[in-house]
Design a protein around this ligand. Structure first.
Ligand code: NDP
Length: 457
């Protein structure tokens, strides 16, 4: 080990890389971390955190309506995009700084610049033009937004990366895609007063989520004023004197000022020297790893979005912790990717954990569905038609709750708690023994007595 410059070299200081570096360094390993952008990665710099701040900013338009419904006289309101961006950037800089101090306090060396593998133990620091050797290497380079190939005029479009720094708010925007990022940003722009259209190629948004969730959210997005176009491709983009024109496969055109593509992210595996080190990739270009996050090269490991398993910040963090246990503490651990809860910060938001109804029915399993659709008390008071959806998927044979799906205010907060019970294998009978907390929306979860669909397939 002493022959190498360091025990662990981490490429990428995002959620996964920083966690691994800190844990290994605190345990006494000599650790170096290279980052070519800002420390904090997608989550802190151009993802979860700034996105959530934008969600908060955009929710005020609904809050003003609610306030009026409760008797408040709300005068003219106006949103100052530049003021928001300035404060947001200060907060992101603060958080990035916290990550830097955490690394330094743990004793890890932070290197600003690009790192490229030369072989299985040698890393070239491109800007400094020097090589470093390491016993163990962790690739934690995350992912990056992608555009669909061969779209004429794509150079006029933006991705989520640019959406965090637009010089000014557009009057109109077209968001292309139907995944997490597309529905979250459609809600943000709509809430900020931008005339928003969401365009998705499939029959309903959020493929992979429970079909009831997708349909319910699409309805609620439209209720809030977003135009949702389904089953239609974006074919080309044209710049005119008035703005941009998006041409669709239906033959229609959408006139707009900004077009944001949220059509997926690709793992950052290019020009990293992975071929030189002999690291195998999956057909989609992700680093191929085993359940311990180890690549085919025994001393090279990878965690987070670059491995394209479950692309969520907390998962990257858990994969990183398991990697350190396995590689540095002689305590092999594989993170369990089953039953990971997730939240979509659409407006209204989604919380989901476990199997969807369709997944649960695979293989002919007989299930019961419990479902409640209701107007939450806060909105019902002033006549809002917005509805919350709650759905439980229950295995008939064992009585186990296999999935919980919520669309409505505070759904992300509720699902964290539901995930504990479901991960522990709770049955519907045990679930129902839990006394309701009143008056809350969450009490509906434990008071759904009659199955909505009684027979399985
Ligand atoms: P998603 O995979 O969620 O969605 C991508 C969307 O783009 C899908 O609707 C997909 O359609 C569509 N699409 C893909 N290729 C094309 C194409 N060539 N033309 C048109 N549409 C296309 O990716 P996102 O970019 O939204 O997010 C990336 C990941 O980041 C997520 O999977 C999630 O893991 C994570 N994330 C998590 C968040 C959270 O936890 N709240 C927030 C944001 C991101 P189709 O369904 O038909 O394939």
């Amino acid at each position: 080990m002493a022959d190498y410059d360091c025990d662990l070299f981490v490429i990428g200081a995002g959620s996964g890389g920083v966690r691994a570096a800190r844990l290994a360094a605190v345990g006494g390993a000599r650790v170096a971390v290279a980052e070519e952008h800002r420390v904090g990665g997608t989550c802190v710099v151009r993802g979860c955190i700034p996105k959530k701040l934008m969600v908060y900013a955009s929710e005020f338009s609904q809050a003003f309506k609610t306030a009026r419904g409760y008797g408040w006289a709300v005068g003219d309101t106006a949103f100052d995009w530049q003021a928001f961006l300035n404060t947001k950037d200060i907060e992101i800089a603060r958080l990035s700084g916290v990550y830097v101090s955490n690394l330094e306090n743990a004793g890890a060396e932070l290197i600003h610049g690009r790192a490229v593998l030369e072989d299985a133990h040698t890393i070239r620091l491109v800007q400094e033009d020097r090589a470093v050797t390491a016993e163990t290497i962790l690739v934690a380079t995350g992912g990056w937004p992608t555009f669909p190939p061969d779209t004429p005029g794509i150079e006029y479009a933006i991705t989520s990366n640019e959406a965090f720094h637009l010089p000014e708010l557009p009057k109109r925007i077209l968001v292309v895609g139907g995944g997490y990022i597309a529905v979250e940003f459609a809600g943000i722009f709509n809430g900020l007063g931008v005339e928003t259209t969401l365009l998705y190629r499939g029959p309903n948004i959020l493929r992979g989520f429970d079909a009831a969730v997708s349909a319910h959210l699409a309805g609620e997005l439209e209720r809030r004023g977003i135009t949702v176009i389904l089953g239609c491709h974006h074919t080309s983009l044209e710049k005119t004197d008035q703005g941009l024109v998006s041409h669709l496969s239906s033959g229609h055109a959408v006139e707009t000022d900004e077009v944001m593509f949220a059509t997926g992210r690709a793992p950052n595996t290019k020009r990293l020297g992975l071929e030189a080190a002999g690291v195998e990739l999956t057909p989609s270009g992700a680093v191929k790893v085993d359940e311990f996050s180890r690549t085919n090269v025994p001393n090279i490991w990878a965690v987070g979005d670059v491995t394209d398993r479950v692309n969520l910040t907390p998962v990257a963090i858990r994969e990183a912790a398991a990697f350190v246990e396995t590689a540095f503490r002689n305590n092999p651990q594989a993170f369990d990717h089953e039953t990971v809860a997730s939240a979509v910060f659409s407006q209204p938001p989604i919380g989901a954990v476990g199997l969807t109804e369709a997944q649960a029915r695979h293989g002919g399993r007989r299930i019961d569905i419990y479902r409640s659709v209701f107007r939450p008390m806060k909105g019902a008071f002033y006549g809002s038609e917005e509805r919350t959806l709650m759905k439980l998927v229950v295995d008939q044979a064992s009585g186990r709750v296999l999935g919980c799906h919520i669309v409505g205010p505070d759904a992300p907060e509720m699902i964290q708690m539901a995930a504990i019970a479901i991960k522990l294998g709770v049955t519907k009978a045990q679930w129902d023994q839990t006394c309701a907390v009143h008056p809350t929306a969450a009490e509906e979860l434990v008071t759904m007595r009659e199955p909505y669909v009684a027979e399985g397939l």
